[in-house]
Design a protein around this ligand. Structure first.
Ligand code: SIN
Length: 296
């Protein structure tokens, strides 16, 4: 049954996302929260400004969307809250309290797992006056903008994702790894074109970072195709740029968006975000089926 509360919203950009106005998430009743989740499901991304949320409020809110997901690198979770990951450049007693520049490439979260996260939520605790914007790309619109013959040519392609490759090749947000961590995160294979389980929309679910290649395509052609498609999907016409204010909550559906963080002057400013994830499903290809690892 649809929620009874009608919310005031405005699009983040034409045809994509919604800013929800006049809702205090920490105080909202069950019907209002249900209406917020419905706006999220129909929009691909939501923004609520001016929130005041402690860790308990964040956990209560994320639970509205599904089961919270854990984090591969445990050292930067908030003490007492293993599902809240801290993004920060703050150093306390000589030790960083969070991951710095963690997502500064176009990507979709947890793509190195068989079941990548459904959605990502960021809550702004402290933000610089300039820089560190988060960009979201509407990759359903990008897919639909491709010529039909190109869409058909891409529909069956399979992408090789690798956590080890990601950690060893990343430029920003480098972190400690170990052979055990790599063994716990073996390579996975996902469709290039992802069908949304809710309504069948197809998304150009390309990514960088974890992408090691395209199955059956030699290098450098595979990498060139990935670069070309990322450049296509992240053109201004498909991208919403979010300029942060303290108290902002931004959430996006990883099944139909790509995102990237951006740099800021970290010698002058502190940025601190709390990030929460919701567990997701095995991605479906354009034909509605999951893809499998190629025969060795
Ligand atoms: C992320 O990729 O999860 C974080 C993006 C950001 O910090 O803006």
């Amino acid at each position: 049954m649809a929620a009874k509360v009608e919310l005031t919203t405005r699009e983040l950009k034409p045809g994509f996302g919604a800013e929800i106005l006049g809702v205090d998430l920490a105080q909202a009743d069950a019907e209002t929260l249900k209406a917020v989740t419905e706006v999220f499901q129909n929009s691909g991304a939501i923004l609520l400004r001016g929130q005041k949320m402690g860790p308990g409020d964040l956990m209560a809110f994320i639970n509205q969307f599904g089961e919270p997901e854990g984090h591969t690198l445990g050292e930067y979770t908030l003490p007492g809250y293993p599902k809240i990951y801290v993004l920060s450049n703050r150093i306390v007693d000589g030790r960083p309290i969070g991951a710095h520049n963690d997502g500064v490439v176009w990507h979709t979260d947890y793509s190195y797992r068989q079941e990548p996260v459904m959605c990502t939520m960021l809550y702004a605790v402290e933000v610089p006056p300039v820089g560190s914007d988060t960009l979201l790309a509407d990759i359903v619109a990008a897919y639909n903008a491709l010529p039909e013959a190109r869409r058909e040519a891409l529909d069956d392609l399979v992408v090789h994702h690798s956590f080890q490759y990601f950690m060893e090749s990343r430029v920003y947000g480098k972190a400690e790894t170990s052979p055990e961590l790599f063994a716990q995160n073996p390579d996975v294979f996902h469709p290039l074109i992802r069908r949304h389980p809710q309504d069948g929309r197809k998304a150009l679910w390309v990514s960088t970072g974890t992408v090691k290649g395209i199955v059956g395509m030699p290098e450098p052609e595979g990498a060139q195709l990935v670069d070309e498609l990322v450049a296509f999907a992240t053109q201004d016409e498909f991208v919403f740029r979010h300029r942060w204010e303290v108290g902002d909550v931004l959430m996006w559906d990883n099944r139909c968006t790509l995102h990237t963080g951006t740099l800021f002057d970290d010698t002058k400013y502190i940025r601190q975000m709390h990030r929460l994830w919701v567990k997701g499903d095995r991605p479906l290809a354009a034909n509605g089926q999951p893809v499998f690892a190629p025969a060795a």
